[in-house]
Design a binder for this molecule. Structure first.
Ligand SMILES: NC(=O)c1ccc[n+]([C@@H]2O[C@H](COP(=O)([O-])OP(=O)(O)OC[C@H]3O[C@@H](n4cnc5c(N)ncnc54)[C@H](OP(=O)(O)O)[C@@H]3O)[C@@H](O)[C@H]2O)c1
Length: 322
């Protein structure tokens, strides 16, 4: 089979050895489309190694068709089109994945659209509702609002009735986020977001992929009993925490990663998506926002596009199409 190799600072689509399995709880998929995530860029740069046991090949999500089932897998069938959340290995013709990490396509969805769903909707759902514990009346601050994760999170906030404020890197991205349902926003290249968020009413929950460079300002705008959920470190990993503000405002700081969670935990998140998100995708209330696609052979160009912060929503790689 072929897969992307990234061992010499280039992404090369090349022959590699076949993947063993599937084990009793796993399925084998013929990959149609693979989603690109910011984490893939960090992994190839050596800053985000795959968890123990995961494939060293890039790729955290795919859509495709089931070609083989493990003996103990129930509820899925050979030939079924599905999408899957992976710990690695998606930039390839085939993946073998635990059945907990697989979901049928929302009715009426193409494989192309479905590849844009698993990682960003799972991340947004997990961190808004499970870690961030959104409750009645909460106001949400979403950093990197135009990212893949951001565009899913905006739509979930709108669909479930939580006003949200986004920070983004351009006025065009801000307009796109407003169209998706963001109530207000700020272009991060015009200075700190603090005044704008405070005028808006502050935030009860912050979904933050930026980390160190935003910590002080996040604490300034986080309301009493607010939750700051840190999911990334695009702005660095070391920063000073104001414990006085944390104590007096009863702020909670929560770190969260999806990738290293065991299959059963990922399965619980996907089950929540199937119940609460899939019907809204079918009805058209929620949608995957696909920025651009490239053939898998052009993965390097696609990575350049993401590295330049040029995307609004998801960038996908076509492996076998349809
Ligand atoms: N913990 C988890 O489980 C988990 C899971 C998935 C994703 N994530 C994290 O969530 C983030 C979004 O992922 P994605 O794949 O959706 O990203 P993406 O589509 O590649 O978008 C990332 C965007 O972040 C903004 N950005 C880049 N550097 C920044 C900086 N230094 N400060 C502020 N904003 C910056 C840029 O948008 P603007 O130019 O518009 O600002 C960029 O386009 C990443 O940090 C990723 O690692 C975490």
């Amino acid at each position: 089979m072929r897969a992307i190799r990234h061992d010499d600072a280039r992404l090369v689509w090349d022959e590699t050895s076949a993947i063993p399995g599937p084990g009793a709880h796993e399925v084998r998929l013929k990959v149609a489309w693979a989603g690109i995530n910011r984490a893939d860029l960090m992994q190839r740069a050596g800053h985000y190694p795959p968890p123990p046991g995961a494939s060293p090949v890039l790729g955290l999500e795919v859509s495709g068709t089931i070609t083989e089932l493990g003996d103990d897998v129930r509820g899925l069938s050979v030939g079924q089109p599905v999408c899957a959340l992976l710990a690695g290995g998606g930039y390839a013709e085939e993946v073998v994945v635990d059945a907990h990490q697989v979901l049928p396509l929302p009715e009426g969805f193409t494989l192309r659209e479905a590849a844009a769903l698993p990682e960003v909707f799972a991340t947004a759902w997990l961190n808004l509702f499970m870690e961030g514990a959104l409750g009645a009346g909460d106001r949400v601050l979403l950093h990197a609002g135009a990212s893949g994760v951001g565009t899913a999170a905006i739509q979930l906030c709108r669909a479930f009735g939580y006003p949200c404020f986004v920070t983004v890197g351009s006025d065009a991205k801000l307009a796109a986020c407003r169209e998706l349902g963001a109530d207000a926003g700020w272009n991060r290249h015009e200075g700190s977001f603090v005044d704008a968020v405070q005028r808006w009413g502050g935030a009860d929950m912050i979904l933050d992929p930026v980390g160190a460079s935003y910590l002080a300002d996040n604490q300034r705008v986080l309301n009493e009993d607010g939750r700051l959920v840190v999911i990334g470190m695009m702005g660095g990993r070391q920063a000073e925490l104001d414990m006085g503000r944390m104590l007096m405002k009863r702020q909670r700081l929560i770190g969260s990663t999806l990738r290293a969670r065991p299959p059963e935990a990922k399965g619980r998140i996907l089950a929540a998506l199937a119940e609460h998100v899939w019907p809204r995708l079918v009805s058209g209330e929620l949608r995957p926002l696909i920025d651009r696609t490239w053939p898998i052979e052009d993965a390097e160009t696609a990575h350049d596009h993401v590295r330049a912060d040029a995307n609004t929503g998801k960038v996908l790689l076509e492996v076998s199409g349809a």
